[in-house]
Design a protein around this ligand. Sequence first.
Ligand code: FMN
Length: 226
Amino acid sequence: MNLQDTIDALNTRYAVKKFDPTKKLSEAQVAFLEEVLRLTPSSFGLEPWKFIIIGDNDVRTELFKYSYHNAQVLDASHLIILCAKEHVYVRDVQAFLDRTVRIRNVDINVLSALRKTLFGVVLARNLNAWLLGIPELVFGTRIFRQWQTKQVYIALGNLISACAHQGIDAAPMEGFHQRAYKRILGNRADGYTPVVLCAVGYRASNDVFASMAKVRKEKDEVITRI
Ligand SMILES: Cc1cc2nc3c(=O)[nH]c(=O)nc-3n(C[C@H](O)[C@H](O)[C@H](O)COP(=O)(O)O)c2cc1C
């Protein structure tokens, strides 16, 4: 893929308002999107997220009631709910270190600096977690929940770009009721909070937004070269 192909793909994509409900993604495409999400980078590599992919219409009919009229929730081929982990525990950090040791086949001592950062600095910053009597908690305070949420948006960007490259249409959405979604998802979202949605599939032929010019600031307004 040359440079212009990527720019063309990003120009062709748009936030779809009207999906064609008869056009479904193939199993291979859904598996592709799963891998795109899984490969998303995160700060420290802690992956504080979960992605729930819904094709089922009954569940989506229920979710649609709490989606501020975002019809994409119902009409797209699949709805992806990107969720943030509510708490990142010491055991999650340990699991991450163990995974690194196993996959990279390195000695745990190679990771000592990273280990120190994760267990030292982060725990020290969370003294209140200790005071609350849950010393196992690491990223559980409000400020760290914001951190987890930010990580989830990296996955959203990755997903939107990958869809554009593959000619899959996508609609990112924040217009939904988080708590209602969490209730409907039940134990499938235990420990996770829905943060942002992305409906994926194919645009309807009469989606008027498809032919609208892209509205973006000029390059010199958003880019500074030094
Ligand atoms: C995080 C995020 C949340 C969004 N939420 C909604 C939404 O709830 N409903 C909607 O119709 N569009 C939503 N959009 C679409 C934006 O309005 C759209 O991406 C933006 O206007 C730029 O247009 P383009 O994506 O077509 O280039 C959202 C986009 C982003 C990135």
